[in-house]
Write a protein that binds this ligand. Structure first.
Ligand SMILES: [Fe+2]
Length: 203
């Protein structure tokens, strides 16, 4: 199945502190690039499978390049889909997840401080995820979308901290961008993703 671009559920100019120009480039060009490359790679891998002549080499091979690209492009598409889906709200925390975060990180502010610090420490993404193994929330700091996560976890809040997310708006002030990110969070969506992830029975 061909991957389709997921449209924004709000106006590109609707966010506070993250400009229309940033959102248009980020969604319409960068995220779209991950979707398009996911499809291109899938088609090429499909041809290799169909030919019955798959061959790999760990130093360099077309298969190695495609498999690395598959992981980078697909994770890039999925994380951006989460990122754009959880923005567009009023930033006011609500839902069962808020209590769970407070329990896990001492208080909601404790969560925000730790998550924001992970966003400052990472080169690509800070991700709050539900761990299906431990049945618990956990936070990852990822240098790229195919780095730093653990299998068996489902992203709930993916915060893009690549410079393309904020440089047009605040220059190198990533802290100001992280604050803007929190101010635009849609906690109804976050709660929905949390409840959906929690339902999955790993056993
Ligand atoms: Fe991005």
């Amino acid at each position: 199945m061909k991957k389709e671009l997921k449209p924004l559920s709000y106006d590109a100019g609707a966010l506070k502190g993250i400009s229309q120009k940033t959102v248009e480039i980020h969604h319409g060009k960068l995220y779209k690039g991950y979707v398009d490359k996911s499809n291109e790679i899938k088609e090429k891998l499909g041809s290799i499978v169909k030919s019955g002549k798959a061959e790999g080499n760990q130093i360099y091979s077309e298969l190695r390049a495609l498999k690395n690209g598959e992981s980078f492009a697909n994770n890039g598409a999925y994380l951006h889909e989460n990122y754009f889906a959880i923005l567009g709200g009023d930033g006011a925390p609500k839902g069962e997840i808020v209590g769970r975060l407070a329990e896990r990180y001492g208080s909601f502010d404790g969560f925000k401080t730790y998550f924001s610090a992970c966003g400052m420490a990472a080169r690509g993404w800070a991700i709050l995820a539900w761990d299906l193994h431990e049945k618990e929330l956990r936070i990852f700091a990822c240098d790229a979308q195919n780095h730093g996560g653990i299998w068996g976890t489902i992203p709930i809040i993916a915060m893009d901290v690549y410079e393309h997310s904020y440089f047009i708006d605040v220059g190198s002030d990533r802290k100001a961008y992280i604050e803007a990110f929190f101010n635009n969070l849609n906690w109804d969506k976050i709660e929905k993703f949390y409840q959906r992830a929690k339902k999955y029975d790993w056993e």
